[in-house]
Write a protein that binds this ligand. Structure first.
Ligand code: HEC
Ligand code: HEC
Length: 303
């Protein structure tokens, strides 16, 4: 009887800690995250654009390619990333995958006013590049040239890669770190030094543009919860008021791709862990069954 009482007390306090104290502490410590709204990447504050005509949009992007490349359509970036950062503070992303990662409504609003759509005070992308109809046409065009399927890393590159490095994946803001070799005689790797110098030059300009260098995202999936990340990307201002990180305007599918990439880099053993799960359960089921058989055989004839 005494043991039962002790057990009841232990169970009671365990449950109180589990359902009461922990979530309470969580809600106090992460209050701004819990209270931040989440709209599933709908961007309800932005105006729905008129119906866009991709053919008209195609003609209008002539105004964009003085800054942006559209490689899939045979248009190379007019400047390399370092030169672009000297000019704008950040490299204008190649637009081939824009329609595959961003929300179409967001693109149309962004072209009319990058600061209004991005929720930032200033943007290196000029506003008023087209009127509302023209912007809708361009957004429709970018949607029409977007590949049906892109890789998680490509989604990251387009939407985040111009500002954030991912050291674990050798990604820098100016692209993938090239494989280089040191000189056999001197041990000096000039190509590597040259690349690192360019990254440094780019980062200096980027930090000047944004007020600080954006953090490396290699292990962000471990440092921040899933809830934090999706709410932050949907609207950075909801969580870090006054931050220079713009609302990027990713679609729900675009975000899922990006998160998948960050998870692959930051938590590469997750698929393995998950694959082990069923085996562990199977082991317990089998073990219980054998224990039961053993119990039966021990008691046989003793009753
Ligand atoms: C003067 C150079 C310049 C011109 C012209 C220009 N852009 Fe940009 N654009 C930029 C820069 C710089 C950025 C990156 C801004 C940042 O990250 O703060 C950008 C960003 C973008 C983005 C990414 C938005 C996001 O949320 O990730 C899109 C889409 C875009 N531009 C489309 C266009 C289109 C369409 C046009 C033509 C109508 C155009 N741009 C014209 C410089 C330019
Ligand atoms: C135009 C540059 C820019 C782009 C594009 C950008 N970020 Fe950022 N990001 C920043 C800056 C600047 C900060 C630092 C924010 C601060 O401390 O105010 C930041 C911070 C972050 C943080 C850290 C937040 C925290 O609580 O510490 C995360 C996570 C993040 N960005 C994710 C992303 C993802 C995912 C994308 C792509 C969908 C992205 N960012 C695109 C500039 C950018």
């Amino acid at each position: 009887m005494k043991e039962l009482k002790v057990l009841a007390v232990v169970v009671f306090f365990t449950l109180v800690t589990y359902w009461g104290v922990e979530p309470y502490a969580h809600s106090v410590m992460h209050k701004n995250v819990e209270e931040a709204k989440f709209e599933n990447f709908q961007y309800k504050d932005l105006k729905a654009p008129a119906k866009g005509d991709p053919a008209k949009g195609k003609a209008l992007v002539a105004a964009c390619v003085s800054c942006h490349g559209i490689k899939s359509q045979g248009m190379k970036a007019p400047m390399d990333p370092v030169a672009a950062a000297q000019a704008y503070g950040v490299v204008p992303p190649d637009l081939s995958n824009a329609g595959a990662v961003l929300d179409e409504k967001f693109i149309a609003n962004f072209i009319v006013s990058p600061t209004h759509a991005g929720l930032v005070k200033k943007s290196a992308m000029p506003g008023g590049m087209a009127d509302a109809q023209g912007a809708a046409d361009i957004a429709a065009y970018l949607k029409s040239i977007a590949p049906k399927e892109i890789k998680p890393k490509e989604a990251f590159e387009f939407a985040c890669g111009r500002c954030h490095a991912v050291r674990y994946d050798k990604w820098t803001q100016i692209g993938q770190t090239p494989k280089t070799k040191a000189d056999i005689k001197t041990g000096v790797d000039l190509a590597k030094m040259d690349f690192e110098k360019k990254v440094g030059q780019y980062q200096l300009k980027l930090a000047g543009y944004l007020g600080k260098l954006p953090p490396d995202l290699s292990i962000i999936v471990r440092a921040r919860s899933e809830e934090y990340l999706k709410k932050f990307v949907e609207n950075p201002q909801h969580i870090l008021h006054g931050t220079a990180m713009p609302r990027v305007g990713v679609s729900k599918e675009g975000y899922e791709k990006i998160y998948k990439y960050l998870e692959e880099v930051g938590d590469p053993s997750k698929p393995k862990r998950e694959a082990v799960g069923p085996w562990v359960i199977g082991y317990f089921v089998l073990f219980s069954f054998l224990a039961y058989l053993w119990y039966k055989s021990q008691w046989k004839g003793l009753k």
